[in-house]
Design a protein around this ligand. Structure first.
Ligand code: ZN
Length: 285
């Protein structure tokens, strides 16, 4: 299944996409939230759709898409999880996964603008495969980890490099501004992605290919990450794990290049769709 949410920001309604048609699932009576995933919602929704899908109202393609999941308890990101990206960042390849958090208030729709924050000079892009947790997970063994995954999304881990690296303390400052986590277009359930470790992921800025890699190059794979993170915190249904970005970010270019008002970012991952985001200065949105 492909889950979407649509409508005005903050007032999104749940839906699904079936064979390219977007269908309104308001009649199911639940949003795609922690409660939904944590109460076997995907299986219940699948059964409901078998009865109802032919009668559901179709949503026009012009309607805004929101984040395909309702704001979850946390967004956990993995740093330097592709070897060439660690190299371009002048950092050593990690021996254990590097983790940092991103404020959940940074979530937005896949085609919403990237807002360049106040006082920003170094807003950068990062295409990433995001894993969505389907079942509460604590102290997992690696061989059980995939049972706790609901599916996958396309994510742009938008980053302000000056805030991230030169404002003291942790990376969280450079990762958490509003609209720094465009997610979607949809959540694709894991049954539709038989091998998440062989997906091309790419990102263009103003039509120019900047990142073009494959999840086969992940340093730490998905079961390793889910099990590892669950040793430090309980993962709740709906939580997002963003698995890291490949090389080709603005920071790694010589000279570095950052997003300017009017730049257009287009990104995609095999099977997870595409997204388009226009950069806009704070105050001009
Ligand atoms: Zn990242």
């Amino acid at each position: 299944m492909k889950l979407i949410r649509f409508g005005e920001q903050g007032k999104e309604k749940p839906g699904v996409e079936i064979k390219g048609k977007r269908l309104d699932c308001s009649g199911f009576g639940e949003d795609w939230s922690e409660d939904f995933f944590g109460s076997d919602g995907l299986n219940r929704l699948e059964k409901w759709l078998q009865q109802e899908s032919s009668q559901l109202p179709e949503i026009p393609q012009s309607i805004r898409l929101g984040s395909p999941i309702k704001r979850p308890s946390k967004i956990i990101c993995v740093g330097l999880n592709y070897s060439l990206h660690a190299k371009e960042s002048n950092m050593p390849l990690p021996e254990v996964p590097i983790l940092f958090m991103k404020a959940t208030s940074s979530l937005c729709g896949p085609n919403d603008p990237i807002i360049i924050p106040k006082n920003s000079t170094k807003t950068d892009w990062e295409v990433e495969l995001a894993v969505i947790i389907g079942k509460k997970a604590s102290y997992l063994d690696k061989d059980k980890a995939m049972d706790h995954v609901a599916g996958y999304c396309l994510h742009n881990d938008v980053s302000e490099r000056d805030f991230q690296l030169h404002h003291g303390g942790q990376w969280v400052k450079g990762k958490s501004a509003d609209h720094f986590a465009p997610l979607g277009p949809y959540l694709v359930t894991k049954d539709e992605i038989p091998n998440p470790h062989d997906l091309r992921l790419w990102l263009k800025v103003n039509g120019e290919m900047m990142q073009d890699s494959n999840t086969s190059d992940l340093v730490f794979d998905i079961p390793t990450l889910v099990a590892y993170i669950s040793q430090y915190m309980t993962l709740l249904p709906g939580d997002i794990i963003s698995t890291g970005t490949p090389s080709g970010v603005g920071l790694g270019l010589k000279p570095p290049r950052y997003l300017q008002h009017g730049d257009v970012v287009v990104l995609g991952i095999d099977g997870l769709g595409e997204a388009r985001q226009e950069a806009k200065d704070f105050g001009k949105v």
